[in-house]
Design a protein around this ligand. Structure first.
Ligand code: FDA
Length: 389
């Protein structure tokens, strides 16, 4: 059969693209349902964009690449779309927008949009091979036990990255991109918990504290969560994108820098109280107990000189840790790296090597921070390719 455009992958980017790619569009996915990551995202409420989304919130070999698409299809465009479909939302924190209802609302909206545009959606369909005859792409699809040969003027790779293979993530976009001469940058799991081989934080598992995580000159102020295997929570997931094996991270448990003055005040008023009890007014008690032997936290507050208080607070502000690894693609929210942007047009997402081949979404070497940025990239890049087609 002949189509104008075949889109591989009915995730966030693929559905958005299908809604804008015009007549003769076929969208396929090997899963039973489209947009599975949308469904589980944001704790079931889908953090679908961020009010502050802009190029600075993305990592890429070329930090300029994402600018054009993000500027032409913005968070406000997506917010308009959501509003047109009667989906209400709220800002949780730091500009992160979530559905008031459930994330399947976003999937239903995208399904409505692509159906209104006349695009067909085939689920449980896999790709057996792709070639190009100089004029059209020829794609062999397996659907319901049948081999179907499709000829397409345009082929869009929207099968995402490698994170969460249990949900059907594969490296298909990378394989096809490579086949057509595209380079793939180093890929690694990102927005992922960091681990320590000695399970040193196991006794603290479930404890959370506000803090700052820094790695390689980048810092995030958000919650830090101690887990059985290591560290998690938004500050750690964010910093994991900047961490490479062997790197140290620095935790600051007093990012406002007020603890020294506060403890001095407390010493005047409540000097007879235990140092650890007083510290536990500012940090989780379990964390204070955990740190007590290492920091020598003994005695009353009145026993601590200014120099000693300064030493304690400095240590809490500069906790150097060397994770041994991460939880990997099993739990990573995204894949860092992907199809090298050098081979793509930033305006249209089209391949510089093969006219008619487009690559969008997470498959591309553009990775957002935690907080709705990755979906915004999927919407913006999907829209940009759809417009160009
Ligand atoms: P996506 O992964 O959405 O879609 C790819 C599609 O291709 C899938 O439907 C898959 O089945 C299909 N596919 C893969 N291989 C195939 C093959 N070989 N043949 C056929 N089909 C194939 N982001 C955000 O901004 N806000 C959030 O709240 C969250 N929350 C979140 C939670 C969790 C648990 C995860 C894992 C991820 C998030 N994310 C997120 C990240 C976000 O989900 C992700 O960046 C986008 O879904 C990427 O969109 P794509 O369309 O590029 O890939």
């Amino acid at each position: 059969m002949d189509v104008n455009t075949l889109i591989l992958g009915a995730g966030a980017a693929g559905m958005m693209c299908a809604a804008h790619a015009g007549p003769g569009t076929l969208l396929i996915d090997h899963a039973k349902a489209p947009g599975e990551k949308i469904r589980i995202s944001g704790g079931g409420r889908c953090n679908f964009t961020n009010l502050h989304a802009g190029p600075d919130n993305f990592l890429s070999g070329n930090p300029h690449f994402c600018k054009s698409a993000l500027k032409r299809y913005t968070q406000w465009d997506f917010i308009d779309l959501v509003a047109r479909h009667g989906i209400t939302w709220h800002e949780k924190t730091l500009g992160q927008l979530f559905c008031d209802g459930k994330s399947p609302q976003i999937i239903a909206m995208l399904r409505d949009e692509l159906a209104a545009a006349g695009a067909d959606l085939w689920l449980q369909t896999s790709v057996a091979g792709v070639s190009h005859d100089g004029d059209r792409f020829r794609i062999a699809l397996d659907r319901e036990g049948q081999r179907i040969s499709v000829r397409a003027r345009n082929l869009v790779l929207a099968t995402g990255g490698k994170s969460i293979p249990a949900m059907g993530a594969t490296g298909l976009a990378y394989d096809i991109a490579r086949q057509f001469g595209h380079a793939i940058t180093d890929t690694r799991p990102a927005l992922v918990p960091l681990t320590f081989s000695d399970q040193r934080f196991a006794p603290l598992s479930g404890t959370s504290a506000p803090g700052r995580a820094t790695c390689n000159g980048t810092a995030f102020d958000e919650a830090i969560l101690f887990t059985h295997r290591g560290l998690s929570g938004p500050a750690i997931l964010q910093i994991s994108s900047y961490w490479h094996e062997g790197d140290e991270i620095i935790l600051d448990l007093d990012p406002a820098g007020t603890l020294f003055d506060t403890l001095r005040d407390q010493r005047q008023r409540e000097g007879r109280r235990n140092l650890t009890t007083e510290l536990a007014r500012h940090l989780p008690a379990r964390l204070v107990d955990h740190l007590a032997p290492e920091l020598g936290l003994t005695g009353n507050l009145a026993d601590q000189s200014d120099a000693r208080l300064s030493e304690i607070t400095d240590t809490l502000r500069n906790w150097h840790l060397k994770p041994t690894g991460s939880e990997g693609y099993r739990t990573a929210e995204v894949t860092l790296g992907g199809v090298d942007t050098a081979g793509l047009s930033s305006k249209t997402m089209m391949s510089a090597h093969t006219p008619g081949l487009y690559i969008i979404g997470e498959a591309v070497d553009v990775t957002g921070w935690l907080g709705g940025y990755n979906f915004q990239w999927a919407w913006s890049s999907g829209w940009a390719a759809g417009q160009a087609i």
